[in-house]
Design a protein around this ligand. Structure first.
Ligand SMILES: Cc1cc2nc3c(=O)[nH]c(=O)nc-3n(C[C@H](O)[C@H](O)[C@H](O)COP(=O)(O)OP(=O)(O)OC[C@H]3O[C@@H](n4cnc5c(N)ncnc54)[C@H](O)[C@@H]3O)c2cc1C
Length: 398
């Protein structure tokens, strides 16, 4: 075991939640160590680069309503890299590419939509709330798949309050939906590049302990890190494990969030091999693939790229490849696929109550905690939560 240098703050997890928190703290003049188990930073922001081409394997779109995130893009010098997404349509896939509204019963939809004005989201699941608005048959046939594609997991039991949240603020200066010229990972690199931040990869944290100087952070490798303060920016399941020795009540609340693991397979192909028009997403109406997201929103002279998001362990690798070929309308993939995994929490009804408990118990334990299971799953929700934790930290430092 070795004793490493001391920091003001150690952030566990170098996804957008961890890096946005670290960036705020570093800007306030404190020294931050960010540790991550993976071999690259970014977590679910995960760009796959191939020569001068890239395709997103994780998150792919920012919106003008993401005002906290835009603020960080600006502060970290990436404003000039913002690019409006090219307007290409969406399709659904049955055994062929079909129009997005294929299978939707227009009569049931027209009859149900007025419920929008009389139905409240509070306490309802996505299925209960949206089933009323699009009609139960439409929901089961088509919309359950569309909504599951949005949150890359079965949407039926997700809390309606935390799904496709309406936001009060919107930047008038930015495109309605946009990307970054060099991919999402360039944003993660920019956040991590602050001189007060040190990032350590391949560092899986297994345990936390308190001592008279603050916190001891123990890595699987046997390395020990010491800091005055600690922030967890990992999934609730991992946070639950790490916090167990410090606060069992907090550990129990965090353990109650189910996690969806997603296997993503990405393929880049020469344009001439493909025989269908540019499209932003294709949503399969059956099977274990939640969605196929393309790079067609930023045209490249020669290549096109596709990320298929599969529910983990549902079908074999060969079956996944067959599905990919069927959907891409090709006989062979003709290239190696790049594989990666991401995890997302299921936010259930009653989340607001659990959230109050988590916040209270985290304060009692003297730790900071952020992630995509506080304000919601979106990148803006993560950044907003991290900003709130930074403000609490800054207040405590006074
Ligand atoms: C396929 C996909 C597409 C998406 N598309 C969009 C989109 O277009 N727009 C949008 O707003 N949102 C999107 N989302 C949601 C959004 O990307 C995520 O909710 C968000 O990026 C999560 O960030 P995070 O930092 O909280 O967690 P993560 O990104 O999961 O980061 C957690 C980090 O913790 C690390 N870690 C885990 N355990 C340990 C340990 N023991 N020790 C050290 N490190 C550890 C992991 O390696 C990881 O890097 C998408 C998500 C997915 C999966």
């Amino acid at each position: 075991m070795t004793q490493a240098e001391s920091y003001d703050m150690i952030v566990v997890g170098a996804g957008i939640s961890g890096l946005s928190l670290a960036n705020h703290i570093a800007r306030s003049g404190k020294k931050v160590l960010v540790v991550d188990a993976a071999n690259k930073i970014g977590g679910c922001l995960n760009t796959c680069y191939k020569d001068d081409f890239w395709v997103e394997m994780g998150a792919h779109t920012f919106y003008a309503t993401y005002t906290n995130l835009i603020d960080l893009i600006q502060k970290n010098g990436l404003e000039q890299d913002i690019l409006a997404r090219e307007k290409v349509g969406m399709k659904v896939f049955t055994d062929k590419h079909e129009k997005i509204m294929k299978g939707v019963n227009k009569f049931e939809l027209m009859r149900s939509v007025p419920n929008l004005f009389f139905t409240k989201r509070d306490g309802k699941t996505v299925k209960e709330y949206f089933g009323k608005i699009v009609g139960p048959k439409n929901y089961d046939k088509v919309f359950t798949r569309m909504f599951s594609a949005v949150i890359v997991q079965n949407a039926d039991n997700f809390s309606a309050e935390y799904f496709l949240k309406r936001r009060k603020t919107k930047s008038k200066k930015h495109p309605k939906s946009f990307i970054l010229k060099k991919g999402m990972s360039s944003f993660m690199e920019a956040l991590a590049a602050h001189q007060n931040i040190k990032v350590q990869l391949h560092t899986k944290i297994n345990q936390l302990a308190k001592n008279s100087d603050g916190f001891k952070v123990l890595a699987e490798s046997g390395e020990i890190y010491q800091s005055k303060d600690i922030a967890l920016a990992v999934s609730p399941k991992i946070a639950s494990k790490l916090i167990k020795g410090l606060n069992t009540d907090l550990s129990d609340v965090l353990a109650a969030y189910p996690i969806q693991s997603i296997e993503t397979r990405t393929v880049v192909l020469p344009k001439e091999k493909l025989n269908f028009d540019p499209v932003s997403f294709i949503i399969p109406l059956q099977g274990s693939c939640f969605s196929m997201v393309t790079r067609d929103v930023m045209t490249h002279e020669k290549m096109r790229g596709f990320a298929f998001h599969f529910e983990e362990n549902q079908i074999s690798k060969d079956e996944q490849e067959k599905f990919m070929k069927d959907l891409l309308l090709v006989d062979s993939l003709g290239a190696e696929t790049v594989e990666t995994k991401h995890q997302l929490p299921l936010i259930k009804t009653g989340h607001s109550k659990s959230l109050s408990k988590i916040k209270l118990l985290a304060e009692e334990t003297g730790i900071y905690i952020t992630g995509n299971y506080f304000n919601g799953l979106s990148l803006e929700d993560c950044v907003e939560r991290s900003k709130q934790e930074f403000e609490r930290y800054a207040e405590n430092c006074k």
